[in-house]
Ligand binder design. Structure first.
Ligand code: PMT
Length: 416
């Protein structure tokens, strides 16, 4: 028997861009045996027509509380009683707010109020709207009233933002609906699913390099750069927050590492290279944010070099390219490089992406004051197979969260 056989689902569609996915959702629910009746808000009809939904559901579509004909066919109270589940997808911030306040000023909210059936909502909105305190309060309120919250997912949004707020994919919504009806599993599966949505990197191991390297000249002098480690440490914190196990390979910095990461302190590019290969071979994702010295001194003096001649020459040799060597591993992790550029950013970043065989590269313009090396803020242009994404100037913590989310989404696409 199909898992949704004889299950009666009222699908409420509200006015969000994700409404375009609902004909597919109806079809997939019906494939599993469900009988689906669609209720649309006025906003939904701006994105998709009732006729389309009628055709795919093979049932008339309800869209008005005050339509005498529709009320005759199957009135709102009847629909509310008919349903085994009311699934609202996409659920806009407005609909969520109205349901959470017990309003009944359109057909869908009236059905929600009039039903004794369980309700599930699949939020879909801009990431800022999702994070708004009032939306979060509404979600908590609904969740406390046993309303099932399916999602949202995170990633690139229709408006160009990156973050939480995307409606889950149709396959995920169907899966959650099936799990909802398979009674034995419901609580655990839902808990696990919710956890995965909040922490999408659970089960992943991220290895991140950060900070500068120091290339010794003699026992008291070295060659280095201005990297403070802030960008790499912020990425480590964001990956931890997203549920990943994090190994942070750090050059010498003065900031504290995020709690719960596995910190490996190194000095030189060669030390960093050795640790990166050791840990990178078992990693899911490798992010090379460190500012690694391209060259080291060929012969490090054993004693402090004494001042004598007017000029002095240091013989430098090339350091190994850490990120390129990680990307060349047999089971290479999803490998992300950084590009610190002062000009012609796209050209140089794309060159590094290709030459080092990376999956993604995050370019920053380090010639602009107030971003890049040793500053609190940064801005990135991220290049990868799907194109490019701008992460505008913001605190390194904020930029890191967006980057981690983009990496996670892109990595998932690659493995699925
Ligand atoms: O540490 P902060 O003060 O917060 O500053 C952040 C940052 C500016 C250092 C960071 O955002 C950044 O841009 N890191 C990369 C710096 C760099 O070395 O860029 P690059 O274009 O020279 O190198 C390209 C990539 O190759 C980088 O991922 C780098 O880590 C890697 N590389 C470079 C040389 C080498 N021998 N091995 C490497 O793995």
């Amino acid at each position: 028997m199909q898992i949704l056989q004889n299950k009666k689902i009222v699908l409420g569609i509200t006015g969000g861009i994700a409404a375009y996915k609902t004909p597919e959702l109806v079809r997939r629910l019906k494939d599993k045996g469900a009988d689906v009746r669609v209720v649309m808000t006025e906003g939904a009809k701006a994105f998709i027509t009732p006729l389309t939904l009628q055709a795919v559901s093979a049932n008339s579509v309800s869209d008005s509380l005050l339509d005498t004909q529709a009320e005759l066919a199957m009135g709102h109270i009847e629909l509310a009683k008919w349903a085994d589940l009311i699934l609202i997808a996409p659920a806009t911030a407005d609909t969520i707010a109205r349901i959470s306040n017990g309003m009944a000023n359109d057909l869908l909210t009236t059905i929600c109020l009039a039903t004794s059936a369980p309700i599930a909502i699949a939020p879909a909105m801009n990431q800022q709207m999702w994070h708004a305190q009032v939306t979060q309060e509404n979600i908590t309120r609904l969740s406390n009233r046993q309303v099932n919250i399916f999602g949202p997912g995170s990633g690139e949004q229709a408006c160009g933002d990156i973050g939480m707020g995307r409606m889950l994919d149709v396959s995920e919504l169907v899966e959650l609906t099936c799990q909802f009806f398979s009674k034995n599993k419901t609580p655990d599966v839902q808990k696990a699913q919710q956890k995965l949505i909040e922490q999408p990197c659970i089960g992943q191991h991220w290895v991140i390099t950060a900070g500068p390297t120091r290339e010794a000249i003699d026992p008291v002098r070295y060659i280095s750069n201005h990297s403070s480690g802030k960008m790499g440490y912020a990425i480590a914190a964001a990956a931890l927050q997203a549920g990943a196990k994090v190994t942070l390979i750090s050059g010498p910095v003065t900031i504290s590492p995020p709690e719960n990461c596995d910190l490996i302190q190194v000095e030189s590019a060669q030390n960093m290279h050795e640790k990166a290969l050791e840990h990178g071979k078992n990693a899911t994702v490798f992010v090379a944010c460190a500012a690694v010295a391209d060259y080291r001194v060929a012969n490090i003096a054993e004693q402090k070099i004494k001042k004598s001649a007017e000029t002095m020459q240091l013989n430098l040799i090339k350091n190994p390219d850490i990120v390129a060597d990680v990307a060349a591993l047999t089971n290479k992790p999803f490998t992300v490089g950084f590009a610190a550029e002062t000009q012609d950013i796209e050209h140089y970043a794309l060159g590094k992406l290709k030459r080092k065989n990376l999956d993604m590269i995050a370019a920053n313009n380090v010639a602009i004051a107030g971003q890049g090396f040793n500053s609190e803020n940064n801005a990135l242009t991220v290049f990868y197979t799907d194109g490019k994404v701008e992460i505008p100037l913001a605190s390194k913590q904020n930029v890191a969260q967006r980057l981690v989310s983009l990496i996670q989404q892109t990595y998932l696409k690659q493995v699925n």
